[in-house]
Design a protein around this ligand. Structure first.
Ligand SMILES: [Cu+2]
Length: 290
């Protein structure tokens, strides 16, 4: 006779612990910017609010089962039907929690609306993000430069992202700075983030988009104004450029794409990438055709 063997419990637990330790660094719970911090407090507040129900329910379930058990001189009441006190608790507390979570959700989703510009005395940095197969193209319209798989911006300065895709759907996500938002062909999404600490924060696509997706990483560098100016000047020195004719080469599918800088970029490229998908083929530059 054959018996099925299950993995022993300690082994399974060790495997689970290992997965949890290696897989995530819990960046969302260790934010480095105002948006991320507000989201962390929202996650924690709503978790605690829900635990206000969950913990008493677990305790009371066990306590009721023990107290009203049959035999052993316990208070066994098979004909019991109604208790107003229990009804008040069963309906009152969930109503109060739902009201609390409803108000919290309403206010925080408006406060943390990714499309809402951040209030700051500093002028925001504009970055146009294009998701490609399988890399990120970043265009700095004000500086006239572009990069692959790396962005930089000054610390304590709002960053305005305009996001689209010239491939399948992806999701633009810098976990330490705040929420993710989708990148979709023919559409423009927006995200406003700020870093309140200097550092290099990993970014990624959090939406499965094919074979090279797992290497679709980039670094977001939060630095001083002076170092940001150096970073722009360094990109300006690059011999590589993006014009209408060679955009298709830049956009060609590529796995594990290295960081690259482009000293100039075709003006209006971002809008033309979006327009490609809107059935306006006649308005393209020749190089923009698929
Ligand atoms: Cu959409």
């Amino acid at each position: 006779m054959r018996t099925k063997r299950l993995p022993p419990l300690p082994g399974a637990l060790a495997l689970a612990a290992l997965t949890m330790l290696t897989g995530c660094k819990y960046s969302i719970l260790d934010p480095k910017g105002a948006v991320g911090m507000a989201q962390k407090s929202l996650i924690l507040t709503s978790t605690y609010a829900m635990l206000v129900i969950v913990i008493p329910v677990i305790i009371l379930t066990l306590w009721f089962a023990w107290r009203y058990r049959e035999g052993a001189g316990a208070r066994y009441e098979p004909d019991w039907a109604h208790s107003s006190i229990i009804e008040i608790f069963c309906w009152g507390i969930p109503c109060a929690i739902i009201l609390f979570l409803g108000v919290l959700t309403w206010t925080s989703t408006h406060e943390l609306d990714p499309y809402r510009p951040l209030v700051s005395s500093k002028k925001p940095i504009n970055i146009e993000v294009v998701a490609l197969d399988w890399k990120w193209l970043f265009i700095y319209p004000d500086q006239g430069i572009a990069t692959i798989n790396e962005i930089a911006f000054p610390v304590n300065t709002p960053v305005t992202f305009h996001i689209t895709s010239d491939a399948v759907m992806n999701s633009f996500f810098i976990p330490e700075l705040g929420s993710q938002i989708y990148a979709m062909a023919g559409m423009k999404t927006q995200l406003h983030l700020i870093a309140n600490q200097q550092g290099t924060f990993p970014g990624l696509s959090s939406f499965y988009s094919g074979r090279g997706f797992s290497d679709m990483h980039f670094n977001a560098i939060s630095t001083t104004d002076a170092k940001f100016a150096d970073w722009v000047a360094n990109a300006k020195k690059s011999p590589a450029v993006i014009d209408a004719a060679d955009y298709s080469k830049v956009a060609a599918p590529e796995e594990k794409a290295p960081v690259r800088y482009f000293s100039t970029v075709e003006p209006n490229l971002f809008n033309e990438i979006i327009a490609k998908y809107l059935g306006k083929a006649e308005s393209f530059h020749s190089g923009m055709k698929e």
